[in-house]
Ligand binder design. Structure first.
Ligand code: B12
Ligand SMILES: *[C@@H]1O[C@H](CO)[C@@H](O)[C@H](O)[C@H]1NC(C)=O
Ligand SMILES: *[C@@H]1O[C@H](CO)[C@@H](O)[C@H](O)[C@H]1NC(C)=O
Length: 135
């Protein structure tokens, strides 16, 4: 049973920040973690980027606010941040697995950006798909 105090605290959590889509300087996106190799269940999160902000910023914001979402990346000297691991699952060159970046646009078209998480600038309501895949 929830005490009234706990209940109102829980309500505050629902009503305060964390639902950022309302503010006009925030570009709402969702992040979907999918797995084409093992068909593990999909995970969906919502976050936002600032005006013309990069995807990596939205991913950091999500990681800071949601203990259920974690990622790691390395710094490539030429292309910048390379996503190496999501929610504890890492790509592996021996197994030829990696985290692929896909984006489902509001018109339902899925694109495969020709840049990584440090260069992609999401549009409002982009569904970012981080898909564990083989190459
Ligand atoms: C092979 C390859 C890959 C392989 C690399 C693994 C491997 N062991 O082979 C895999 C399939 C993993 C891959 C993934 C991606 N790649 Co790639 N890849 C290439 C390719 C064809 C050759 C790279 C290479 O072997 N160079 C020779 C070696 C000796 O040099 P190297 O510096 O050690 O190469 C490393 C880097 O290129 C790095 N790398 C590869 N791709 C990417 C992408 C990003 C964003 C980063 C930071 C690093 C990186 O991995 C290589 C091996 O360690 C190049 C195009 C080209 N012809 O150069 C594209 C290329 C580098 N990739 C590109 C892209 C966009 C991606 C993805 C973002 C695609 C996607 N939408 O998912 C993802 C990365 C997502 C993530 N996890 O962050 C772009 C980068 C452009 C940019 N300015 O960001 C390129 C230039 C192709 C293009 N579309 O124009 N890629
Ligand atoms: C998981 O996401 C992928 C890629 O968007 C989709 O094709 C698949 O149908 C989804 N699976 C489930 C169970 O929703
Ligand atoms: C995209 O797909 C969803 C779910 O299938 C559907 O409800 C929506 O109308 C589609 N949007 C467009 C622009 O086709």
């Amino acid at each position: 049973m929830m005490t009234p105090a706990l209940l109102s605290a829980a309500l505050m959590l629902l009503l305060l920040p964390g639902s950022p889509a309302q503010d006009s300087n925030q570009t709402p996106i969702s992040i979907h973690v999918t797995n084409s190799v093992t068909n593990a269940p999909n995970k969906t999160y919502t976050t936002f980027v600032v005006f013309r902000g990069i995807l990596l910023g939205g991913m950091r914001r999500l990681q800071d606010s949601n203990t259920d979402f974690k990622f790691k990346y390395t710094e490539d000297p030429n292309y910048g941040p390379f996503l190496t691991s999501v929610n504890g699952l890492a790509g592996c060159s021996e197994e030829r697995t990696y985290w692929e970046l896909l984006v489902k646009k509001p018109d339902n078209q899925t694109i495969r950006p020709d840049v990584g998480i440090g260069c992609y600038i999401p549009s409002a309501n982009d569904q970012i798909i981080l898909n564990f895949n083989k190459y």
